[in-house]
Design a protein. Sequence first.
Length: 148
Amino acid sequence: MLYRHSQFGTTIVTILGSSILLLIGLLISQPTGAKESIWLAILLLSMVTFLFSTLTIEVKGNHISWFFGPRFWRKTLNFNEVRSVKVIRYPWYVGFGIRLTSTGWLYTVSGLSAVELLLKDGTTVSLGSNEAEELAAVVENKLTTSSL
């Protein structure tokens, strides 16, 4: 394997964890009534927090793969589909998780840096990373060596 890195989703875990704590506080202060709905919301937010707590990116062989948490939403791209790579910064309001942007898909859990893969069909896939420069260099190396 040429590259493997897991980024902890500080932003996602902080936002969802705070929401869970708020709901627990609401649950404690709620004398009767809608406790079942609050428990359901806590359960769902806990599951989403677990599933999106990390983003792992792997480069091996002729492909790049990425997945959230415990191999949730695994995706793979073959390098023969990629035209170019560059490091980008996206605005905070784009959000975190899986997002469809104006140019293509963004997968991220924290931070504002990403590696943008321009595909041969003209779309892009952007992978959020706190090691964006290193990941871009590995991908660029794979693109130049695979085109020889």
